[in-house]
Write a protein of this length. Structure first.
Length: 159
């Protein structure tokens, strides 16, 4: 699976790139970022490296780099036209600089390439606005996962 590499090269700004993970070394960087954010910071889970949907035909994992340093990640899985995004994380010192948005745009491009008609995710409620700005809408009730309040959010791609 390939998605066009996304790059920002504004003068004076750190160079932002999002690339699809294609090696065990890249995947180790992904796991390192998930560990810092979802284990050490959020205490959401102690399992960040045994997700079966990280691999296989419908899986796309991306890494975001600022000036060549891996600072963020996210994962798409598409099955029968339904996309699921998970594990979206940016290291705390690099938040608020558009890295999360670039990760999401890359995953949404990949979802369209893989024929997804809609994309669903479980949003931590603090991130609802982040996902709303990317075209997602909340559906259903709040639920608790890993002691953190979540809500399902959906974006149709066909429209
Ligand atoms: N609340 C409201 N708006 C937010 C927001 C928040 N928590 N986080 C980002 N935004 C907005 C930004 O202001 C920006 O708006 P703009 O386009 O008007 O400028 C837009 O969303 C994009 O923000 P960006 O800088 O790309 O986000 P980020 O790189 O800081 O990444 C997260 C956002 C959620 C991925 C990041 O905060 C993070 O990794 N958090 C910890 C892990 C986590 O909770 N992941 C989500 C699991 S569901």
């Amino acid at each position: 699976m390939t998605v066009p590499e996304r790059r920002h090269d504004d003068p004076g700004e750190p160079r932002l790139e999002v690339r699809v993970v294609d090696s065990p070394a890249d995947m180790r960087q992904v796991i390192a970022i998930r560990t810092v954010v979802f284990i050490d910071e959020q205490h959401l889970t102690d399992n960040v490296d045994r997700d079966p949907y990280d691999q296989g035909a419908g899986a796309v994992v991306v890494l975001a780099y600022l000036d060549g340093e891996p600072v963020g990640t996210g994962r798409l899985h598409v099955w029968r036209g339904q996309g699921q995004i998970a594990w979206v994380a940016v290291l705390r010192p690099h938040r608020g600089r558009g890295v999360g948005r670039e990760i999401m745009e890359a995953l949404l491009d990949a979802a369209a390439d893989l024929g997804a008609e809609r994309v669903t995710l479980s949003a931590q409620t603090h991130a609802i606005e982040f996902y709303r700005l990317l075209g997602f809408a909340p559906v259903g009730d709040l639920f608790i996962m890993g002691n953190i309040e979540h809500i399902t959010m959906v974006r149709d791609l066909a429209a």
